[in-house]
Design a protein around this ligand. Sequence first.
Ligand code: CTP
Ligand code: CA
Length: 227
Amino acid sequence: ALLAISPKPLAGRKIIVTSGPTHEPIDPVRYIANRSSGKQGHAIAAALARLGADVRLVSGPVGIADPADVTTQHVETANEMKDAVEQLLPADAAVFVAAVADWRSETSAGEKIKKVAGEGPPALQMIENPDILAGVGHHRKRPSLVVGFAAETQDLVSNAEAKLAKKGADFIVANDVSHEGGVMGGDRNKVRIVSKAGVDEWPEMSKDEVATRLAALIAERLKTVVV
Ligand code: CTP
Ligand code: CA
C-alpha cells in the first residue's frame, strides 16, 4: 500500500514574526523600553515553524533563546525592527507581537549624561516611533495575512477594533495586560481574536497553547491563498 505523507500545512509559506521589546537609547548606558519577555512572540514563531513555515523572527532584546527551526534576527530599536521587517517582504503572512516603544528620545547622547549638582534631571525631547504593523498593513507588498496584537488595560475590544481598522490588519489578538496573575513575563495568557467577522474569546491557556492555536488559525486562513 502507498503511504500518504501529508505535507505540513504551512510548508512553503514565509512568515514574519516580531517579538520582544525595543530599546530606545538615551545615552550609551540608558534606554526607554516596554515590558515584554518575548515569550508569546517566540512561542508563535516556534509554533508556525512546527507547521512547516519558513519563519523569519525579528526579535528585540530578550533573555530567552532563539526558537528552534526559526531564522532569527536581533535588533535593538523600533527603527531597526522596521527596517528588518521591510527587508523581509514579500511574505505570506506577518505577525506583530513585539511591544514596540511608541516614543524615543529625539537625540541619543554620545557620552553618558552626568548628574550635575543643582541642574536637575535632563529634559528628554521625545518623538514618535514608526508604526511597523501599520506600515506593513498598508504596504504595496502587504502579506495576504496580517496579524497584530493589542495590549490594553481598559476598553479591550473597542480599542482592538480601532487598531484593526487603523493598522490594516486581518486579526488583532487582544490581551488584557491587567489580567490577574500577570500576563507580562508570565507563562499564561487570555486573549480575544478580533476581526471584521467579530470577536472570538479564547479561554485562559498557556502562551504555548495560544501560539499553537494561533498558528493553526493562520494555516487555516492561508489554505485558501494560492502560492
Ligand atoms: N506596533 C508596531 N509598531 C509600533 C507600535 C505598535 O508594529 N510602533 C504593533 C504591535 O506589535 C502590535 C500592535 O501594533 O501588534 C498594537 O500595539 P499597541 O502598543 O497595543 O498599540 P499602539 O498602536 O501602539 O497604541 P497604544 O500603545 O496607544 O495602545
Ligand atoms: Ca504602543
